[in-house]
Design a protein around this ligand. Structure first.
Ligand SMILES: *Cc1c(COP(=O)(O)O)cnc(C)c1O
Length: 461
């Protein structure tokens, strides 16, 4: 062992070679020297652990150094394939954009635009004007405003309407969603004082009414997104709450979270509240996300009564959390796909994935199975599976789907998952019933070849 350790080339010798010189010209001396030391340390550890089968030459060491330097420079944010079966997967970037939205981003990025310039008067315009008409058309709202995300939308609304005043909300709706968004914390951050009413499972209209005092500014209702209270439950209707808000001169705000613009009922999905219906039931202001069921970019939409929206628009916090022009372009292009003659279920990827019949998904699963069948040591099968909408929407609704299962005599399901995460195009699946699965509901047809390449590259022995 000592002999093998001594036989390793010295750092200095390696750095003086011609091959190293090329790398130094590209990456600089310090980075190459660090990478060389790193590779030599790994080689030493392997020799000590008696784990090094091939003998290392200076050339093979430096080619490893080259790989390391390239890998270290790879941009960390990159594309991955979502074979988890969760369509709106927050950890994987939520929604993919429609081609029209991608084109709009690219155009606005390439050029100057009338983002805050009124072409009619030649004077300063407002970025909020662009999306407002579209949102009003699609939701029936009098006025609308777009900010950075839904969390920012709620924070803006509550800060502008409720700071330093009591706001009343049901205990059963104090939701925590992923990424440490907790409703009570957001309320505290806005400067409002939370008056929590009711119990976990039941809140009555009288609970709200009893808690309202002279200073109360807001009645807040929230979508419970990622949980459901079942059994003996009750909440007052929106109409009843709206009437109470009108009588007590408070503002009824509803955080819808996902927010849908179209009825998902005809596609066999239970009724997620449609924004238009919520507003017409009398809710004054709603907030919802751009990149959940809407299928657009990260954004937070605030829509409702003009007088209330104007107060939110004028508050400085709304400026601090404003939407950027790339997201605004993507949002408007996405919203346009909801207008006739477009059918959003054919044009918005999230809605396509949600409404696709299981037989069509099975065909993709069979294509992938056929492509992988010849791989030695891998057992490939097509199974029925259950997908989910994700993104805090429709938490209880399973969507029938199909998955390709991969089994290996050499690797555990966790081992397969890890290998595919490290593929050139990472493929993220899930483990169910102790089997590694690639659910095909959120996978598009053109990604089947990419999956095949990633699986072949990572699992071929
Ligand atoms: C997802 C969600 C939010 C936060 O939306 P972001 O766009 O991620 O900021 C807020 N409220 C509810 C109920 C949600 O489901």
């Amino acid at each position: 062992m000592q002999e093998r350790l001594r036989a390793l080339p010295k750092v200095q010798t390696l750095l003086e070679s011609e091959q190293a010189n090329d790398l130094i010209n590209l990456y600089g001396y310090e980075d190459v020297a660090d990478a060389v030391r790193g590779r030599l340390q790994i080689a030493r550890d392997q020799i000590i652990a008696n784990d090094l089968e091939v003998s290392l030459t200076p050339a093979s060491l430096l080619s490893g150094v080259d790989d390391d330097l390239r890998a270290a420079r790879r941009v960390s944010l990159r594309t991955a394939i979502n074979a988890t079966g969760i369509i709106i997967h927050t950890n994987l970037g939520r929604s993919r954009l429609a081609p029209e939205a991608i084109a709009a981003v690219s155009e606005v990025a390439r050029s100057y635009s009338n983002l805050e310039f009124d072409l009619a008067t030649g004077k300063r315009g407002s970025r909020h004007d662009h999306a407002e008409d579209l949102i009003c058309q699609l939701t029936g709202a009098e006025a609308a405003l777009v900010v950075n995300n839904c969390a920012a939308a709620i924070l803006s609304v509550l800060t502008a309407l409720g700071a330093e005043t009591p706001i009343v909300a049901s205990r059963g709706e104090m939701v925590e969603i992923g990424g440490s968004f907790r409703m009570p914390d957001v309320i505290a951050q806005s400067g409002a004082i939370l008056r929590e009413v009711g119990t976990t499972n039941k809140t009555h209209l009288s609970d709200y009414a009893d808690a309202i005092c002279e200073d109360t500014s807001v009645l807040l209702k929230s979508h419970t997104s990622n949980y459901a209270v079942v059994g003996f439950t009750s909440v007052p209707s929106r109409e009843a709450l709206a009437q109470l808000a009108a009588e007590t001169k408070t503002v009824l705000v509803e955080d819808l979270g996902s927010g849908v613009l179209v009825d998902l009922g005809p596609y066999g999905l239970p009724d997620e509240p449609v924004v238009r219906d919520v507003l017409s039931a009398g809710v004054d202001v709603v907030t919802f996300s751009g990149d959940k069921l809407l299928g657009g970019p990260q954004a937070g939409i605030i829509a409702g009564r003009r007088e209330v929206i104007d107060r939110v628009r004028k508050h400085p916090i709304t400026r601090a959390v404003r939407i950027d022009k790339l997201s605004l372009a993507a949002l408007m292009a996405t919203l346009d796909l909801y207008r006739a003659p477009n059918n959003p279920f054919e044009r918005v990827p999230v809605l396509q994935a949600l409404s696709e019949p299981a037989q069509a998904i099975e065909l993709r699963a069979r294509d992938l199975e056929a492509a992988l069948r010849t791989m030695p040591q891998i057992d490939v099968d097509v199974l029925r599976s259950m997908a989910r909408a994700g993104g805090g929407a429709l938490p209880q609704q399973d969507l029938p789907s199909f998955a390709v299962s991969l089994k290996s005599s050499a690797l555990s399901p966790d081992g397969i998952a890890a290998a595919l995460r490290h593929a050139p195009v990472p493929v993220i699946g899930r483990i169910s019933r102790d089997t590694f699965m690639l659910d095909m509901r959120a996978v598009q047809a053109q990604e089947v070849t990419q999956i095949e390449q990633s699986v072949t590259a990572s699992l071929a022995q």
